[in-house]
Design a protein around this ligand. Structure first.
Ligand code: 3HC
Length: 699
């Protein structure tokens, strides 16, 4: 034993170094110093002729310890530890299982030989955290596989399988066993038998000579298009170029410089906040991790429309058996066909095999009868957004479902408690609000009703993870968290157009901020009819908060529903998603302004951005104050995973903290003085935080 997290022992003539730092063997300061000491122990051990590096538990080292970032670095630093492995006088084998990522893979790259279990994955995901591989990865990987393939791996950040790693030349062997230690020992024995000498990666040059400089120019041009706002991908290209242009030591120094530039960028802070946000939301205050969960195997979905079909696919994709129920045979048929088309389209793109399409289709069994739901452990209702219809469905579910079945509604606007009251088991009723397209979008708002039982909450939160979603627990209110904030952005965007901005300008400002789509392009994608029907419903019911009919409603009345009808706020060529500005819409907007006596003015980009984002932050603060979202991180995760909030900005409230709450509160007070309206009244929470000199991060 050389430290509490790294051990050294000998097996025959092989000196075995084992990292054991659960859960993912992150290379923190303890692991770094342990690796250094274990290497020294191995080099000093006269009976060890070769060294083997391996890790205990579920994975090889999954990267540097992200929790240390942003704090002063503690010696020994990783590049120094890695340099010692590279320079080892005894050959070193790395044996990889689970995931070798980031700094973990960089350690392995400095070992002289690498073997991985077939199930292992290897990658350099630093770019996803706003970084670049900063422990020699940008210098050693090109030496092993050439700069072009190294750039593919480094710029995508996606891991490759062991088989691909072997093909690329990242590793020397794939092992079909199930123990990395055994695989490593086998390779070490072979190395001993065949007398392999140390083979430092830093000394290799064959893959980095005669490289056409156009490679780097091309990558830069592609990045300028694909990721113009992002800082670290461009630095990755610079670092790999240094591997080709400079001697190894100078390349490492250049990499270090670029790594620190990334480390200091606000984008790194934002992306790491996003990384932890995704994991933090699973931990619910007041709901201990050991809360019992109900056993869910058989799932049923009610409603075979776009939403219901997407939800059914989510569960079938994760191997659950799914009953899909619709009231009408024709809609059921149409729904099943749409699911098949969707899977077949994925198969065409090579994302699924034909056999997978068939096995998933076989898991989805259509039915017209509620009696077929008697065995379901979980039923998710995704019927038409109407309270009477939903209450009737839940009364029926109460009649047919077995005791203990979880009854979920996918409503996006209706009161989950009123739906629960249609049953005699409100403790089993919960909201599961998926986002369209449900099989694609990662966000799942799980809605806690007034009487929802804790084990139901624990179960739906766990199910989110099992079907690959980011589940966030929210409370009951109109629009829950995500759409309630979206509503504010929508209202403000419409107001800005009334005042003189064009939808295109408003959208451009949002995409320049980093959203994949602006508000109006997103409305076209979601379908203008969706919001129009909801607004109509509210108007008909005499809701005092219902909005007056606007030009967007006029578009819907003309059948311009957005992308699906090739016309909405923009126009679309058939089969294309490219939004083309439409003078007819500009004319409608102008006519609408004229009718209401509004005189358009030039609206600046800054005003558009600030008004939209401040309105969102103010609403989010009100949501927190009301306890509808438990923590700022829940709001951040919802907007990151449901609405494309730019991850490099960390999330809505992380961004607000970066800007500074006093600045935001002052702007909101200013808008309130200028425009009035209860939505511009400063959230009491925001006012309190400013007075106390605190931020959302301190809640
Ligand atoms: N540092 C610190 N903590 C980490 C970590 C890391 N690199 N990777 C994971 N964790 C933590 C998670 O936060 C989580 O903590 P929690 O239980 O308290 O929430 C726990 O480990 C388990 O992680 P997951 O829930 O994500 O477990 P999974 O099994 O789903 O996934 C994984 C495992 C694939 C390793 C995934 O955690 C992952 O992708 N981790 C990040 C890997 C990464 O980005 N590495 C590069 C780091 S940067 C770097 O190496 C810089 C270098 O070049 C100098």
């Amino acid at each position: 034993m050389v430290s509490s997290v790294v051990s050294y022992r000998r097996v025959g003539r092989v000196g075995v170094i084992t990292v054991d730092y659960p859960p993912v063997n992150a290379v923190g300061v303890g692991v770094r110093s342990g690796l250094r000491s274990a290497l020294d122990a191995g080099l000093a051990d006269a009976w060890a002729d070769i060294l083997l590096l391996t890790a205990a538990g579920r994975t090889f080292m999954a990267g540097a310890d992200i929790r240390e970032f942003g704090k002063p670095s503690q010696p020994p630093i990783l590049p120094e530890v890695i340099a010692a492995f590279d320079a080892s006088a005894k050959p070193i084998v790395a044996a990889i299982h689970g995931t070798a990522l980031g700094g973990g893979l960089e350690v392995a790259l400095a070992c002289h030989f690498r073997v991985a279990l077939r199930s292992a994955k290897l990658g350099l995901p630093e770019v996803k955290l706003g970084l670049l591989p900063g422990a020699g990865g940008t210098q050693r990987l090109p030496r092993l596989i050439g700069p072009a393939k190294a750039l593919d791996m480094i710029l995508s950040g996606d891991p490759v399988t062991a088989a691909t790693a072997l093909e690329l030349g990242v590793i020397d062997a794939v092992d079909d066993g199930d123990s990395a230690l055994d695989a490593g020992l086998r390779l070490a024995e072979r190395a001993l038998a065949e007398g392999w000498a140390p083979r430092p990666t830093s000394a290799r040059t064959d893959k980095i000579t005669d490289i056409d400089p156009a490679l780097f120019a091309d990558r830069r041009a592609a990045l300028a298009k694909r990721a113009p706002h992002l800082f670290s991908p461009h630095r990755c290209v610079d670092a790999v170029e240094a591997a080709v242009a400079l001697p190894f030591a100078d390349g490492v120094a250049r990499e270090r410089e670029l790594f620190f530039a990334c480390m200091e960028s606000p984008q790194r802070a934002g992306l790491i906040h996003s990384f932890f946000a995704e994991r933090e939301v699973a931990k619910i205050p007041g709901l201990p991790a050991d809360t019992p969960k109900r056993d869910v195997r058989a799932v049923a979905v009610i409603g075979a429309g776009t939403m219901g079909g997407g939800i059914a696919m989510c569960f079938a994709n994760a191997g659950f058996s799914v009953r899909l129920l619709d009231a009408a045979a024709e809609s059921l048929d149409r729904g099943v066909q749409a699911i098949r088309r969707n899977y077949e389209a994925s198969a065409k793109k090579g994302k699924l095999t034909d056999a997978q399409v068939e096995s998933r289709m076989a898991l989805i069994r259509p039915t017209l009868s509620y009696d077929d739901l008697a065995d379901a452990d979980l039923v998710i209702e995704a019927a038409f957004e109407n309270m009477e219809i939903k209450r009737r469905i839940f009364a029926e579910l109460d009649r047919v479902c077995k005791p203990g079945a979880i009854l979920a509604t996918n409503t996006s606007t209706l009161d989950v408690n009123a739906i629960a009251a249609a049953t005699r088991r409100p403790q089993d009723v919960v909201g599961m609000h998926f986002f369209s397209p449900a099989n694609v979008m990662r966000l799942l708002e799980n809605v806690r009703g007034a009487q929802t039982a804790d084990d139901v909450l624990a179960t739906v939160m766990d199910l989110a993870r099992r079907i690959g979603k980011v589940g966030v627990l929210v409370g009951v209110c109109y629009g829950f968290v995500g759409n309630r904030i979206l509503h504010q952005r929508g209202r403000e965007s419409m107001a800005l157009v009334d005042e003189g901005a064009s939808p295109q300008q408003a959208d451009r400002v949002m995409t320049e901020f980093g959203f994949p789509l602006g508000h109006f392009a997103m409305t076209d994608l979601a379908g203008i009819d969706v919001g129009w029907r909801i607004r109509e419903e509210r108007r008909k019911s005499g809701d005092p908060d219902a909005q007056a009919v606007n030009w967007l409603d006029a578009l819907a009345e003309q059948g311009r529903y957005g992308q699906k009808t090739n016309a909405g706020i923009y126009r679309y060529e058939p089969g294309s998603r490219v939004a083309i500005p439409d003078p007819a819409v500009d004319a409608m907007i102008a006519a609408d302004r004229a009718k209401r006596g509004l005189v358009p003015r030039a609206v600046s980009d800054d005003e558009i951005r600030d008004r939209c984002l401040c309105a969102m932050v103010n609403e989010a603060a009100k949501i927190l104050d009301e306890g509808i979202a438990a923590r700022p991180v829940d709001v951040d995760a919802i907007w990151l995973h449901g609405y494309g909030f730019p991850a490099h900005r960390g999330g809505l409230l992380f961004w607000a903290d970066q800007v500074g709450l006093p600045v935001i509160a002052e702007a909101i007070d200013g808008y309130h003085a200028r425009f009035g309206g209860s939505h511009w009244e400063l959230s009491p929470l925001l006012r309190r935080l400013v007075l106390e000199g605190r931020g959302f991060r301190d809640l």
